[in-house]
Design a protein around this ligand. Sequence first.
Ligand SMILES: NC(=O)c1ccc[n+]([C@@H]2O[C@H](COP(=O)([O-])OP(=O)(O)OC[C@H]3O[C@@H](n4cnc5c(N)ncnc54)[C@H](O)[C@@H]3O)[C@@H](O)[C@H]2O)c1
Length: 334
Amino acid sequence: MIGAGTFGLRHSRFIARSDRADLVAAADPAFGTDRPVPDELRDLTRYTDHRQMLTHGDLDGVIVASPSEMHVSHALDCLDAGVAVLVEKPVAVDREQARPLLDRLAADPDARVLVGHHRRHHPAVAAARELIEAGRLGEIRTVAAVWATHKTDPYFDVEWRRRRPGGGMLLINLIHEVDLLRHLAGEIVSVEAIASNKARGLEVEDTAGLVLRFENGAIGTLVGSDSTVSPWGWDQATEDDPTFPYHPGQPCLLIAGSRGALSVPDMAVFTQSEPSWLEPVEATRYPVEGADVFARKLAHFADVAAGRARRLVTAEDALRSLEIVRTASLSLRG
Ligand SMILES: NC(=O)c1ccc[n+]([C@@H]2O[C@H](COP(=O)([O-])OP(=O)(O)OC[C@H]3O[C@@H](n4cnc5c(N)ncnc54)[C@H](O)[C@@H]3O)[C@@H](O)[C@H]2O)c1
């Protein structure tokens, strides 16, 4: 693992529960400082420089959970060392920075690089995609997505989260919604956005609204804030990450088409015998079992590292989501 901060530590816990992977080494310059080493990481071989770690010799894969600005160079170092890499989102901070990685992947399309948009591993997402592909909603016309929660003040004590180009809730959080919307409703071809930093007064946005046009003609909205009290957001509506209290039954994505509608992840499906606002709308719940999403992501990475699986989220794919949120972040006003 490269980067043993907040999410690196969570990765170490996910790996500890997994029968598909063992964590053997971690690299973080903080290991050379007086920052306490969490108990979970004490038994690892620890390095202050990831390049030394990459000479460790028996690594099958590396998780890159360093600050977002470093993802591309760390991923390239892993590829140079012949090791598969799971790079956390965002894959880069902009297209220019991603270019060397894209060039590398163009030259070597089989390079084993997976991007950590873990929500795609949620069974509700697979079920939603199946329903949409089977035509249950007809032609998708509108989508609405929301992610609204309240981060704690100490979260912003970490310098990179307060400034551009790596910080801000668009790049850190709403990029997940953009990824899901693209995965479920189709490619996004244009975006108009308003972003504000009024709530926290930081250099980066804390609240944003995006209007999206999809290739298939659908129009969508996505609103989000990291400074609101609300139960609406993927982190609260699923049990993906036990760090966040679970508020079941809350929808995060509302997708409506010519023949029906769907809310995700609660998987309520709404249909009518004939489309008409004069007729009642029937609601059914599509059964979806909960699942350990991070275990699934890790198992997928193990398969990718072993060359047994096609990557669910490629770097090129992740870059498209990045470009949508980057465009939105340029609209920041105080
Ligand atoms: N998939 C998700 O849901 C999810 C959730 C949280 C964070 N993330 C992503 O994970 C990444 C890390 O986020 P975080 O919240 O853990 O940040 P963090 O600041 O808590 O941790 C980053 C760690 O990287 C270390 N680091 C700095 N320079 C380094 C270097 N040159 N080599 C190795 N390590 C270095 C820091 O010392 C720190 O320990 C971000 O890109 C973030 O977007 C993804």
